[in-house]
Design a protein around this ligand. Sequence first.
Ligand SMILES: [Fe+2]
Length: 161
Amino acid sequence: MINRDCAQMINAHLPLELKAQHTYLHFALTANTMGYFGVETYFNAASTEEAAHLRKLLAFLNDYDMMPEIPAIDAIPSGGMDIRSMFVQALAIEQTVSASFNAILDCADDDCKDFQVVGFIQDMQNKQTSGEIEIRDIINRFDMSGSNMPAFDEYVGELAT
Ligand SMILES: [Fe+2]
């Protein structure tokens, strides 16, 4: 059994992972239409990773008999978006995910003293941090690429393989 308050906070976190999964799928499709096939590969892989994060959190709750609710989220609006804005938005999404993990850790560590939750969420948060660093690096690489977009696209695609 895990603490009920912690379980509720993890439940409240689930839509963030789902939104990331759907947004990255949208970015992959958009990148494809623009001819950025490396960026498409990157965001398809990122979307698959987000699906795995969601499944991991669901399984954790389920394993402790806290039957989770599969959340509904708003549709991702279609429409034009440039490549840099995709990564800026991806960074914002991941920062929101990190803030939510930190809030769960705060609650689990200080208030509930539920160290099962601390260990589990801390592990996810550690991977989260390296993901954010990678997106920051991509934005920096974009800014120094000038007009050499094919090289940028190839660099991003290789990160996913
Ligand atoms: Fe995630």
